[in-house]
Ligand binder design. Structure first.
Ligand code: AMP
Length: 394
């Protein structure tokens, strides 16, 4: 891995691909600074070691120029986080952009306009990547959230630089994932929850190569129960995946990976905080009722499993945590992982909704690492080599 730690950036202008695709409210206010804060270490390291910085990012999915998604909207937030005035360039490529970049003095930071104002960006256009590369003398990728995309500014641009590096954020993300799939301490536990089994089922299979225990929670569990002949009432289920679920259960047994499913769940007669609720055995849910959270017995059962694990991956909530009535399982899980982490377990949390859950319930700073990239993390866990990372290899 080409790291930036001991690089002398004197006289260099570093083009850093960051991921500032941050949430912006109707008053043009950035409502979550996490992604901007996560890029600070890399930027400061370049500045401290004598360089200047040109920042490239996308915001949203604009179709052409869209002022609501201009990087000028986030400029003040970036300046505030960096503790200095960041210069804004309302161009992304071309003579004006190159001239502005060339004028940067050591210690200065310039934020370019949204790379996705150009359709060439997402097409992975080589000529556009070449134009972007003219903004600086070295390239650093620190945008883990888009590292699984072969776009011009995330991947192709690297071709045009002799010096190309992993930013500190990218380095941390890759190291954290490697702990789960390669070099972390055993026993290793993967917790997969959330709703969509179709988007995660192949990851379960890949993770079986690396972990000792797999805990399936949230809406995903019901497909496994249904596949084994259980009655799941109106709980969510993807029937097309029942056969695959059975195969996974069989495979886990044959290779000695323990698969854990909830034994009881909180069922409700509607998807609402005001619904009538009961605790039910997961395989005996009556029609008209749906399972929306882990039950008390299941919560108690997972406690020792979590406390005994030395490496934990958590992707996806154990229930509909957005509704108070069904958040107990996810909160208990967060508490158990917090306890394990304080006892030395390495815990990695990733995927949009789990990150939202750890933020909502105050666990964010209690996990070893919270990933900034949902899709990129899932693809890495599947064992795919992300194009953005591959492009950094010399
Ligand atoms: P995913 O994007 O697949 O990680 O799914 C996350 C979503 O799954 C969250 O919005 C949760 O509310 C939802 N979820 C978790 N458990 C259940 C469940 N038992 N039934 C329906 N949705 C669920």
């Amino acid at each position: 891995m080409n790291k930036i730690d001991n690089i002398n950036f004197k006289g260099e202008r570093a083009v850093i691909r960051v991921d500032y695709n941050v949430p912006i409210d109707e008053n043009n206010k950035v409502t979550d600074l996490t992604r901007i804060k996560s890029s600070k270490e890399t930027i400061q390291m370049v500045l401290k070691n004598g360089g200047s910085v040109v920042l490239l990012t996308h915001i949203g999915r604009p179709k052409g120029i869209d002022r609501r998604l201009s990087c000028s909207v986030i400029l003040n937030s970036v300046s505030k986080v960096m503790g200095q005035n960041v210069i804004f360039c309302d161009e992304t490529v071309g003579d004006l952009a190159e001239d502005a970049a060339a004028k940067l003095k050591p210690g200065q930071i310039m934020l370019m306009e949204n790379v996705r104002f150009f359709k060439e960006e997402t097409k992975g256009d080589l000529a556009f990547a070449k134009s972007l590369s003219k903004l600086g003398t070295v390239f650093i990728n620190d945008a883990f959230g888009t590292a699984h995309r072969a776009h011009s500014s995330t991947t192709l641009i690297a071709k045009f630089f002799k010096q190309k590096y992993y930013g500190k954020l990218l380095e941390k993300e890759v190291n954290s994932i490697n702990k789960v799939i390669e070099d972390g301490k055993k026993p290793k536990l993967a917790i997969l929850g959330g709703a969509k089994i179709s988007s995660k089922i192949t990851i379960i299979e890949s993770l079986m190569r690396s972990v000792d225990d797999i805990l399936i929670g949230g809406g995903m569990a019901y497909t496994f129960i249904k596949a084994q002949g259980g009655l799941i009432g109106d709980s969510i289920c993807e029937l097309d995946f029942c056969d695959y679920a059975l195969e996974l259960i069989k495979k886990s047994k044959s290779i000695g990976v323990r698969m854990h499913l909830p034994t009881d769940v909180v069922i409700a007669n509607s998807f609402s905080n005001n619904a009538k609720t009961h605790v039910s055995k997961i395989e005996c849910i009556p029609k008209g009722w749906q399972g929306l959270d882990f039950g008390p017995e299941s919560i108690q059962k997972i406690k020792p499993l979590i406390l005994n694990s030395k490496t934990i991956l958590w992707n996806g909530p154990l229930g509909v945590f957005e509704l108070d009535a069904f958040s107990k399982g996810t909160i208990a899980l967060g508490e158990f992982i917090t306890k394990a982490t304080s006892n030395g377990t390495f815990s990695l949390v990733g995927g949009g909704d789990s990150v939202a859950a750890v933020k909502k319930f105050g666990f964010f700073n209690k996990m070893s690492y919270v990933s900034t990239g949902g899709g990129a993390m899932l693809e890495s866990l599947e064992g795919k080599v992300l194009p953005g990372l591959k492009a950094l290899q010399k």
